[in-house]
Design a protein around this ligand. Structure first.
Ligand code: SF4
Length: 110
């Protein structure tokens, strides 16, 4: 997956997005990053974290049920393709109403 420049609109878009239909051409085998968005895997102080992109309007409404669905997508990932540090316990850091600070949601060692 790469980004391609769309000069007409002065923006960049994913190379797998079909501009005629606005559908993803790799669906349902799209990348993990897309499956879990607006959650994002990040390396923070040397440890893998699951963060949330608060720039996404949906991030303000994400429920624990959806969170668990996304966690399931992460658990079912082929981790042979993921760097070793990301295989240890993942933690979600939510910056939203009612869930302050750091909330552990899963361990890939389970
Ligand atoms: S879901 Fe992911 S891979 Fe598919 S078009 Fe969107 S950004 Fe690209």
């Amino acid at each position: 997956m790469t980004l391609v420049r769309i000069d007409e609109f002065d923006l960049w878009q994913c190379s797998l997005l079909d501009p005629s239909s606005w559908n993803c051409s790799s669906w349902p085998n799209h990348p993990l990053d897309c499956k879990i968005y607006p959650l994002v895997l990040i390396l923070h102080e040397g440890s893998p974290w699951l963060g949330i992109d608060t720039n996404c309007p949906f991030s303000l409404h994400i429920s624990r049920e959806i969170l668990q669905q996304k966690a399931a997508a992460i658990k079912s990932t082929d981790w042979a393709r993921i760097p070793a540090p990301a295989k240890s316990a993942l933690i979600v850091h939510l910056e939203k109403e009612g869930v302050d600070g750091v909330v552990p949601i899963l361990s890939l060692e389970d």
